[in-house]
Write a protein that binds this ligand. Structure first.
Ligand SMILES: [Zn+2]
Length: 283
């Protein structure tokens, strides 16, 4: 993955998923830099590429957030009408963004597709759509089946991961578009690392209940400490179990909490932060 500095667009910084990003498909992860939000002391925590368009009412100006989307999308040659967003709720629900869905939800004044159903993954094969998922510590996963020209974007927090959103998204690609998992390239973006992702014992127990004792290898065991979870490695393991080839998976080693100048982090900020977005689209 490459951190790109684009001085032509407000000193925009974003990270390209180099195993997917090409002349045919764009696959990028935003950082917190390059936008117009957070210019006052009261809104500093939203500085500056806040992409939380329907998540923090009152926290940021809608106009700022839309401008931020325009900046980062235009850097990739896409406009607002390309955008597809979800009402994310830590579910394992998946939306197939086909013609019907796009038609149904493309009713807002700016003409983008704002899906109001609770879901945390998007799949499509329509060219010119830019699928997006928002995160600030959770794991963003971008998928590209080059053979069938099908893409997907997943917001995988621990709840979605527990209920199998990664595996279900791949199965959905197979069902809807005949995808063979062996043809999928995957990029797991910046997210909270093992260094920082402390979880409750009950979280670890629910994973063991769902996936068996073997899952314990993704949790630390230290005396008098709660477990820490390596959710990026766990996500990678679920991809491989579902048939994705290991050599087709790229994982960002950046921890969102350890890099507060580059990323919004829910944990670092105590919940007071903007959101980043990951984008994937067929040109
Ligand atoms: Zn960390």
């Amino acid at each position: 993955m490459t951190l790109v500095n684009d001085a032509n667009f407000h000193d925009l910084q974003y990270i390209t998923a180099d195993n997917i990003h090409s002349s045919d498909v764009i696959a990028i992860f935003s950082t917190r830099n390059g936008g117009v939000s957070g210019q006052t002391p009261e809104t500093k925590h939203l500085y500056s590429m806040n992409l939380a368009h329907n998540f923090s009412p009152g926290e940021d100006d809608y106009e700022n957030i839309i401008e931020n989307y325009k900046i980062i999308m235009s850097s990739q040659g896409f406009d607002m009408k390309s955008l597809v967003t979800l009402q994310q709720k830590h579910t394992s629900n998946i939306i197939v963004a086909d013609d019907n869905i796009v038609k149904k939800y493309r009713s807002n004044p700016l003409g983008f597709c704002q899906i109001s159903e609770a879901a945390d993954a998007l799949v499509t094969n329509i060219k010119g759509l830019l699928l997006s998922v928002r995160t600030a510590d959770c794991v963003p996963v971008l998928l590209y089946d080059s053979k069938n020209q099908t893409i997907a974007a997943i917001h995988a927090g621990w709840r979605g991961t527990l209920t199998g959103i990664i595996q279900k998204t791949i199965k959905c690609m197979t069902k809807e578009y005949n995808t063979n998992p062996k043809d999928i390239k995957v990029a797991i973006g910046p997210a909270i690392g093992l260094c920082c992702f402390e979880v409750g014992f009950e979280v670890q127990e629910s994973f063991v209940k769902e996936y068996g004792e073997d899952i314990n290898k993704y949790f630390t065991t230290q005396p008098e400490s709660k477990p820490f979870c390596d959710i990026k490695s766990m996500s990678k393991a679920f991809l491989i179990e579902t048939g994705v080839l290991e050599e087709n998976i790229e994982v960002s080693d950046l921890c969102t909490k350890c890099n507060p100048d580059l990323f919004f982090s829910y944990r670092f900020s105590g919940g007071k932060c903007g959101l980043m977005s990951s984008f994937i689209g067929l040109k």
